[in-house]
Design a protein around this ligand. Structure first.
Ligand SMILES: C[S@@+](CC[C@H](N)C(=O)[O-])C[C@H]1O[C@@H](n2cnc3c(N)ncnc32)[C@H](O)[C@@H]1O
Length: 185
């Protein structure tokens, strides 16, 4: 587990919009080491980190990231994409859903959007902020967004100073092609 190139781009977006984060409740899905969620929490948001229920070590990584960043009281729960689980059903109201580099396996795309759609139906004003790495020009979620009647706005990286190979003194995102979009109902 490590910080994926998409994560620094999403973290940069959060940092760029840090003044709007206090008072927001933010849920990160597929959080891994949780850089975007950690940045959001440091900026004053109330954050819930989630990763698959099936791999407890992923949830331990979320926990460890919170500890080394001196963040106490962050909720960490198992949330597997596409599953309507007790954990999903018991989530509180959410303002923003975060996901960095979760669109990497086309067979998971619909499961991810099922979870996002479910959350948005319960939180109609919520937005889904996501960054993804362009790994194949054949992969697209556009048809699925249409199917689920979700709106999609592309956010140019230059609009939040993320159109660089190195962000925040890190060697990431490097030369990978990263895109950002905001999805809403
Ligand atoms: C490419 S990593 C990205 C991790 C982190 N968001 C980042 O950008 O550094 C994908 C993440 O999705 C999680 N994941 C994979 N399949 C999942 C599923 N079915 N449900 C929930 N999370 C899943 C993995 O455990 C991993 O943390």
């Amino acid at each position: 587990m490590y910080v994926w190139p998409c994560a620094v781009v999403l973290a940069q977006y959060l940092w760029f919009h840090r003044r709007m984060l206090p008072s927001k409740r933010i849920l990160e899905i597929g959080a891994g080491v949780s850089l975007p969620g950690i940045v959001a929490a440091k900026c004053g948001a109330e954050v819930i980190l989630t990763d698959t229920e099936e791999l407890p070590q992923c949830l331990e990584n979320c926990e460890r990231s919170c500890q080394i960043n001196n963040l106490l009281g962050i909720h960490i729960i198992g949330l597997t994409w596409g599953q309507i689980s007790p954990n999903l059903l018991s989530l509180p109201e959410i303002d923003i859903i975060l996901a960095s580099d979760v669109f990497f396996e086309p067979e998971d795309f619909e499961d991810i959007l099922t979870t996002v759609y479910f959350l948005m139906k319960r939180n109609p004003a919520a937005q889904f902020w996501t960054t993804y790495q362009v790994r194949s020009s054949d992969w697209s979620i556009e048809a699925l967004l249409y199917k689920w009647k979700l709106k999609n706005v592309h956010i140019p990286l230059g609009s939040f100073n993320a159109d660089k190979e190195h962000l925040a003194n890190s060697p990431l995102p490097g030369r990978h092609t990263i895109e950002m979009m905001i999805i809403s109902l």
